[in-house]
Design a binder for this molecule. Structure first.
Ligand code: ZN
Length: 348
């Protein structure tokens, strides 16, 4: 808003001074907007703390998210294996994992906010988070010092991301895989964001398309939106398989090829980290042009190749695929997920 002096005539044309007309109204609106924009900083930690309520559902979700590479015993070391691993997992769990009735923890907290002790602004912001899911966003424009304009890679519309740090680290055409939460007139990153260089975007489209084709077997009308609602964990599988060096881009080809092979033949038992690895194994071993897979009898599904056989590639997926800090709250992690940074100091 251009600055209007308190004693200037009000731009509404009333003839009154601004301070005696729209001045107070504008000030109040600005205060309310500021409160909404600040709400995620305090709201996200409250959500993370409340995830205890859904603890029973965590173990299965953990395996799904990490494609079977980790289980619940590994949660304390997750951050050593995957950059901001526990935070990525818990954010996904909160926003994306539906119970048998189809409701995510965030949706259940919106319905039953008792115990969260939300401020008015937090409650208002939380109500707008029902449909937030982990998904890729393409960077359309960078606004220096302010943030980014993004477009959902598999959706319509443009979104403003207020994050001046992110704006310094990315380029137009690159992709962020993250949870984008609205607050007031802007959007913020909840938790971590994986940063994909432009050369991986086509692979991501191909990878997602294989999954959409698979969904269409049960539902001919399935769209990428259905993929995001039902299998958003595949985007983390993709991040896990991202190459560390540019010349390792073949890893993504491998991932796409394996996904295609797995889905083609075992359509009935789809579900990564499936409880039925025996079924998936022979299928993958028959993949003709993939020597790594044939050599490794433990390989079950897609990104296991990377997660199991080459841990360095996975943990080091930073150069072409950074998972970076954003403007979100630094304390948005529950105790169980906090990385201690001190291996000796834990006595429980
Ligand atoms: Zn006025």
């Amino acid at each position: 808003m251009p600055s209007i002096g308190r004693n200037d005539p009000c731009p509404c044309g009333s003839g009154k001074k601004y301070k005696n007309c729209h001045g107070p109204i504008d000030a109040e609106r600005a205060t309310a907007e500021r409160k909404l924009k600040q709400a995620p900083d305090t709201l996200l930690p409250k959500i993370m703390d409340a995830l205890d309520r859904f603890g029973m559902e965590l173990p299965a979700a953990l395996g799904t998210f990490w494609n079977g590479a980790y289980n619940v015993q590994d949660i304390k070391e997750l951050d050593q294996h995957e950059d901001r691993g526990s935070e990525r997992f818990l954010t996904w769990f909160a926003f994306d994992v539906a119970d048998e009735l189809g409701h995510t923890p965030v949706q259940r907290l919106i319905a039953e906010p008792e115990g969260l002790e939300l401020t008015e602004a937090e409650a208002q912001v939380l109500a707008g988070w029902t449909n937030v899911r982990l998904q890729p966003y393409e960077i359309v424009e960078i606004r220096k010092g302010k943030g980014l304009q993004l477009r959902p890679l598999f959706g319509d519309g443009k979104l403003e991301l207020e994050d001046h740090k992110a704006a310094k680290r990315v380029e137009v055409g690159e992709v962020l895989i993250t949870h984008l939460v609205p607050a007031g007139s802007a959007n913020y990153v909840a938790g971590a964001a994986a940063h994909l260089t432009a050369d991986t975007v086509e692979k991501l489209r191909e990878f997602a398309d294989v999954h959409v084709q698979d969904l269409r077997r049960d539902n001919p009308d399935a769209t990428p939106a259905d993929l995001i609602r039902s299998r958003s964990y595949i985007f983390n599988h993709f991040v896990m398989a991202l190459p560390r060096e540019e010349q390792e881009i073949g890893k993504l080809d491998e991932l796409v090829a394996m996904t295609r092979a797995t889905l083609n033949v075992t359509a009935e038992q789809i579900g990564f980290g499936s409880s039925n690895p025996e079924q998936a194994m022979p299928v993958i071993r028959e993949t003709p042009d993939d020597p790594n897979v044939q050599d490794d009898p433990n390989v079950q599904t897609e990104a296991d190749v990377d997660a199991d056989s080459d841990a360095n590639v996975v943990t080091g997926a930073i150069d072409t695929a950074q998972v970076f800090e954003t403007g979100g709250p630094s304390n948005a992690k529950p105790a169980a997920a906090r990385s201690s940074g001190d291996d000796e100091g834990q006595d429980d």
